[in-house]
Write a protein that binds this ligand. Structure first.
Ligand code: G6P
Length: 271
Protein backbone atom coordinates (compact mmCIF):
# COMPACT_ATOMS: atom_id res chain seq x y z
CA UNK A 1 0.00 0.00 0.00
CA UNK A 2 1.50 3.34 -1.01
CA UNK A 3 -0.78 5.40 1.25
CA UNK A 4 -2.06 4.43 4.69
CA UNK A 5 -3.86 6.19 7.52
CA UNK A 6 -1.93 6.67 10.76
CA UNK A 7 -1.95 8.87 13.86
CA UNK A 8 0.67 11.60 14.20
CA UNK A 9 0.58 12.81 17.79
CA UNK A 10 -3.18 12.88 18.28
CA UNK A 11 -3.88 13.82 14.68
CA UNK A 12 -5.13 11.60 11.86
CA UNK A 13 -2.54 11.57 9.09
CA UNK A 14 -1.62 9.95 5.79
CA UNK A 15 1.64 8.07 5.45
CA UNK A 16 2.86 8.07 1.86
CA UNK A 17 5.39 5.40 0.95
CA UNK A 18 6.78 5.23 -2.58
CA UNK A 19 8.00 1.89 -3.99
CA UNK A 20 11.61 3.14 -3.66
CA UNK A 21 11.11 3.80 0.08
CA UNK A 22 10.63 7.59 0.03
CA UNK A 23 8.13 8.61 2.72
CA UNK A 24 6.04 11.57 3.77
CA UNK A 25 3.48 12.10 6.51
CA UNK A 26 0.67 14.65 6.18
CA UNK A 27 -1.83 15.46 8.92
CA UNK A 28 -5.39 16.28 7.87
CA UNK A 29 -5.20 19.18 10.33
CA UNK A 30 -3.69 21.89 8.14
CA UNK A 31 -2.82 19.48 5.27
CA UNK A 32 0.46 19.78 7.09
CA UNK A 33 3.47 17.82 5.84
CA UNK A 34 5.10 16.85 9.15
CA UNK A 35 7.77 14.46 7.90
CA UNK A 36 9.68 13.80 4.70
CA UNK A 37 12.25 11.04 4.33
CA UNK A 38 13.83 10.69 0.88
CA UNK A 39 14.58 7.16 -0.31
CA UNK A 40 17.86 5.96 1.22
CA UNK A 41 20.59 3.87 -0.37
CA UNK A 42 20.11 0.13 0.23
CA UNK A 43 20.79 -0.69 3.88
CA UNK A 44 21.10 2.97 4.95
CA UNK A 45 18.57 4.42 7.40
CA UNK A 46 16.03 6.88 5.96
CA UNK A 47 16.81 10.42 7.09
CA UNK A 48 14.29 13.00 8.21
CA UNK A 49 14.44 16.29 6.30
CA UNK A 50 11.82 18.31 8.13
CA UNK A 51 12.25 20.05 11.45
CA UNK A 52 9.52 19.47 14.04
CA UNK A 53 9.61 21.26 17.37
CA UNK A 54 9.64 19.01 20.44
CA UNK A 55 7.08 21.38 21.95
CA UNK A 56 4.70 21.56 19.00
CA UNK A 57 1.02 21.03 19.70
CA UNK A 58 -0.08 17.86 17.86
CA UNK A 59 -3.69 17.77 18.96
CA UNK A 60 -5.39 20.35 16.75
CA UNK A 61 -5.45 23.01 19.48
CA UNK A 62 -3.04 25.27 17.59
CA UNK A 63 -0.86 25.38 14.49
CA UNK A 64 1.90 22.78 14.21
CA UNK A 65 5.45 24.16 14.68
CA UNK A 66 7.56 22.53 11.99
CA UNK A 67 7.15 20.67 8.70
CA UNK A 68 5.31 22.61 5.99
CA UNK A 69 2.42 24.76 7.22
CA UNK A 70 0.09 25.83 4.38
CA UNK A 71 -0.39 29.59 4.60
CA UNK A 72 -3.68 30.91 3.13
CA UNK A 73 -5.37 33.41 2.62
CA UNK A 74 -3.09 35.79 4.53
CA UNK A 75 0.65 35.85 5.18
CA UNK A 76 1.70 36.64 8.77
CA UNK A 77 0.00 39.86 9.84
CA UNK A 78 -0.31 41.34 6.34
CA UNK A 79 -4.09 41.65 6.57
CA UNK A 80 -7.00 41.82 8.99
CA UNK A 81 -7.52 38.08 9.36
CA UNK A 82 -5.96 35.31 11.44
CA UNK A 83 -2.17 35.38 11.51
CA UNK A 84 -0.94 33.27 8.55
CA UNK A 85 -4.56 32.46 7.67
CA UNK A 86 -6.93 29.64 8.54
CA UNK A 87 -5.63 26.86 6.27
CA UNK A 88 -3.02 25.68 8.77
CA UNK A 89 -5.60 25.35 11.57
CA UNK A 90 -8.46 23.83 9.56
CA UNK A 91 -9.11 20.14 9.00
CA UNK A 92 -8.82 19.19 5.32
CA UNK A 93 -10.39 16.27 3.43
CA UNK A 94 -8.56 13.60 1.46
CA UNK A 95 -9.55 13.99 -2.21
CA UNK A 96 -7.29 11.39 -3.77
CA UNK A 97 -4.24 9.28 -3.03
CA UNK A 98 -2.22 6.47 -4.55
CA UNK A 99 0.76 5.80 -6.73
CA UNK A 100 1.67 7.43 -10.03
CA UNK A 101 4.89 7.12 -12.05
CA UNK A 102 6.72 5.56 -9.10
CA UNK A 103 5.65 8.30 -6.66
CA UNK A 104 3.27 8.03 -3.71
CA UNK A 105 0.88 10.97 -3.68
CA UNK A 106 -2.07 12.46 -1.86
CA UNK A 107 -4.39 15.36 -2.63
CA UNK A 108 -6.13 17.16 0.22
CA UNK A 109 -8.90 19.71 -0.13
CA UNK A 110 -10.41 22.54 1.87
CA UNK A 111 -13.40 24.74 1.09
CA UNK A 112 -15.71 27.21 2.79
CA UNK A 113 -17.88 24.42 4.21
CA UNK A 114 -14.89 22.91 6.07
CA UNK A 115 -14.14 26.07 8.04
CA UNK A 116 -15.18 26.84 11.59
CA UNK A 117 -18.20 29.21 11.67
CA UNK A 118 -15.84 31.89 12.97
CA UNK A 119 -13.30 31.53 10.13
CA UNK A 120 -15.99 31.23 7.49
CA UNK A 121 -17.77 34.43 8.53
CA UNK A 122 -14.47 36.32 8.81
CA UNK A 123 -13.51 35.38 5.21
CA UNK A 124 -16.82 34.96 3.42
CA UNK A 125 -15.65 33.87 -0.04
CA UNK A 126 -16.46 30.68 -1.91
CA UNK A 127 -13.07 29.03 -2.49
CA UNK A 128 -11.55 25.62 -2.97
CA UNK A 129 -8.00 24.68 -2.09
CA UNK A 130 -6.24 21.52 -3.22
CA UNK A 131 -2.79 20.55 -2.00
CA UNK A 132 -1.00 17.74 -3.82
CA UNK A 133 2.03 16.13 -2.21
CA UNK A 134 4.15 13.51 -3.97
CA UNK A 135 7.35 11.72 -2.93
CA UNK A 136 9.70 9.69 -5.04
CA UNK A 137 13.43 9.02 -4.68
CA UNK A 138 15.10 12.09 -3.22
CA UNK A 139 12.39 14.46 -4.41
CA UNK A 140 9.42 16.12 -2.74
CA UNK A 141 6.85 17.84 -4.96
CA UNK A 142 3.99 19.98 -3.66
CA UNK A 143 1.36 21.93 -5.57
CA UNK A 144 -1.25 24.25 -4.11
CA UNK A 145 -4.28 25.17 -6.18
CA UNK A 146 -6.68 27.96 -5.26
CA UNK A 147 -10.07 28.25 -7.01
CA UNK A 148 -12.63 30.99 -6.81
CA UNK A 149 -15.97 29.18 -7.10
CA UNK A 150 -18.01 32.20 -6.04
CA UNK A 151 -19.32 35.34 -7.69
CA UNK A 152 -16.98 37.92 -6.14
CA UNK A 153 -13.24 38.41 -6.68
CA UNK A 154 -11.14 37.68 -3.58
CA UNK A 155 -7.70 38.76 -2.43
CA UNK A 156 -5.29 36.13 -1.15
CA UNK A 157 -1.71 35.33 -0.25
CA UNK A 158 -0.27 31.81 -0.06
CA UNK A 159 2.92 30.11 1.10
CA UNK A 160 4.39 26.71 1.88
CA UNK A 161 6.24 27.63 5.07
CA UNK A 162 8.93 24.91 4.93
CA UNK A 163 10.97 24.23 8.10
CA UNK A 164 14.13 22.58 6.73
CA UNK A 165 15.93 20.47 9.34
CA UNK A 166 19.63 21.44 9.65
CA UNK A 167 22.40 20.42 12.02
CA UNK A 168 23.65 23.93 12.56
CA UNK A 169 21.90 26.98 11.16
CA UNK A 170 25.18 28.87 10.97
CA UNK A 171 26.49 26.39 8.38
CA UNK A 172 23.55 27.11 6.06
CA UNK A 173 24.17 28.92 2.76
CA UNK A 174 21.38 29.97 0.41
CA UNK A 175 21.99 31.22 -3.13
CA UNK A 176 19.47 32.52 -5.67
CA UNK A 177 17.56 34.93 -3.44
CA UNK A 178 19.74 37.98 -3.90
CA UNK A 179 23.08 38.86 -5.48
CA UNK A 180 25.14 37.50 -2.57
CA UNK A 181 24.87 34.09 -0.96
CA UNK A 182 22.85 34.34 2.24
CA UNK A 183 24.23 33.07 5.57
CA UNK A 184 22.33 33.14 8.86
CA UNK A 185 24.32 34.58 11.72
CA UNK A 186 21.49 35.93 13.85
CA UNK A 187 17.72 36.26 13.86
CA UNK A 188 16.49 36.72 10.28
CA UNK A 189 13.03 37.40 8.84
CA UNK A 190 13.38 38.60 5.28
CA UNK A 191 11.20 38.75 2.19
CA UNK A 192 12.73 38.25 -1.25
CA UNK A 193 10.44 39.38 -4.04
CA UNK A 194 10.48 38.22 -7.65
CA UNK A 195 12.38 34.94 -7.36
CA UNK A 196 13.53 34.24 -10.89
CA UNK A 197 15.23 30.84 -10.83
CA UNK A 198 16.06 27.93 -8.59
CA UNK A 199 17.26 28.47 -5.02
CA UNK A 200 20.42 26.58 -4.07
CA UNK A 201 20.22 25.50 -0.46
CA UNK A 202 23.34 24.12 1.22
CA UNK A 203 22.13 22.81 4.58
CA UNK A 204 25.66 22.10 5.81
CA UNK A 205 25.49 18.41 4.89
CA UNK A 206 23.72 18.30 1.51
CA UNK A 207 23.04 20.62 -1.36
CA UNK A 208 19.41 20.91 -2.41
CA UNK A 209 17.62 22.63 -5.24
CA UNK A 210 14.40 24.45 -4.34
CA UNK A 211 12.27 25.21 -7.38
CA UNK A 212 9.05 27.18 -7.30
CA UNK A 213 6.57 28.49 -9.85
CA UNK A 214 3.41 30.51 -9.29
CA UNK A 215 4.94 31.48 -5.95
CA UNK A 216 6.72 34.68 -6.96
CA UNK A 217 8.44 35.40 -3.64
CA UNK A 218 10.38 33.65 -0.91
CA UNK A 219 10.60 34.33 2.82
CA UNK A 220 13.54 33.21 4.94
CA UNK A 221 13.01 32.99 8.68
CA UNK A 222 14.99 31.95 11.70
CA UNK A 223 14.00 33.40 15.08
CA UNK A 224 17.48 33.39 16.63
CA UNK A 225 17.97 32.74 20.36
CA UNK A 226 15.92 35.61 21.78
CA UNK A 227 12.78 35.14 19.66
CA UNK A 228 12.94 31.35 20.00
CA UNK A 229 12.95 31.72 23.78
CA UNK A 230 9.77 33.77 23.51
CA UNK A 231 7.95 31.09 21.47
CA UNK A 232 5.95 28.80 23.75
CA UNK A 233 6.00 25.94 21.24
CA UNK A 234 9.75 25.93 20.55
CA UNK A 235 12.55 24.79 22.84
CA UNK A 236 15.18 27.46 23.50
CA UNK A 237 17.97 25.79 21.50
CA UNK A 238 15.86 24.49 18.63
CA UNK A 239 16.36 27.58 16.47
CA UNK A 240 19.81 26.13 15.67
CA UNK A 241 18.22 23.17 13.92
CA UNK A 242 16.07 24.72 11.23
CA UNK A 243 15.73 27.40 8.65
CA UNK A 244 12.43 28.29 7.00
CA UNK A 245 12.66 28.94 3.27
CA UNK A 246 9.12 29.61 2.18
CA UNK A 247 7.89 29.79 -1.41
CA UNK A 248 5.26 32.51 -1.21
CA UNK A 249 2.85 34.66 -3.15
CA UNK A 250 2.70 37.63 -0.85
CA UNK A 251 0.55 39.79 -3.11
CA UNK A 252 -2.11 39.97 -2.07
CA UNK A 253 -3.19 38.65 -5.47
CA UNK A 254 -6.77 38.87 -6.69
CA UNK A 255 -8.59 35.82 -7.96
CA UNK A 256 -11.61 36.53 -10.16
CA UNK A 257 -14.75 34.34 -10.09
CA UNK A 258 -13.98 31.11 -11.94
CA UNK A 259 -10.24 31.79 -11.65
CA UNK A 260 -7.59 29.27 -10.64
CA UNK A 261 -4.13 29.97 -9.24
CA UNK A 262 -1.52 27.26 -8.98
CA UNK A 263 1.76 27.32 -7.06
CA UNK A 264 4.29 24.53 -7.47
CA UNK A 265 7.27 23.64 -5.35
CA UNK A 266 9.91 20.97 -5.67
CA UNK A 267 12.84 20.00 -3.46
CA UNK A 268 15.49 17.78 -5.05
CA UNK A 269 19.22 17.12 -4.72
CA UNK A 270 21.45 19.69 -6.45
CA UNK A 271 23.71 17.61 -8.65
O1 G6P B 1 4.81 31.93 14.73
P1 G6P B 1 4.16 31.80 13.38
O2 G6P B 1 2.79 32.45 13.33
O3 G6P B 1 4.10 30.38 12.92
O4 G6P B 1 5.07 32.59 12.35
C1 G6P B 1 6.40 32.22 12.16
C2 G6P B 1 7.11 33.14 11.16
O5 G6P B 1 6.51 33.00 9.91
C3 G6P B 1 7.11 33.74 8.82
O6 G6P B 1 8.35 33.23 8.50
C4 G6P B 1 7.19 35.21 9.12
O7 G6P B 1 7.97 35.90 8.15
C5 G6P B 1 7.77 35.44 10.49
O8 G6P B 1 7.65 36.83 10.82
C6 G6P B 1 7.05 34.62 11.54
O9 G6P B 1 7.62 34.84 12.80
Amino acid sequence: MSVSTIEYGQLPALLLRAPDGAEATITLYGAHLVSWKPAAATGAPAQERMFMSRLSALDGSRAIRGGVPVIFPQFAERGEGTRHGFARTSTWRVLDSGEQDGAAFAVLGLNQGDLSPQASSAWAYAFELALRVAVHGAELAMALEVRNIGTHPFPFAAALHTYHLVEDVEAVRIAGLQAETLAITDKLDQVFEGIAGAIHFDNGADKLLLQQSGFTDAVVWNPGAADAAALADMDDEEYRNFVCIEPALLGPATLEPGGVWRGEYRISPAV
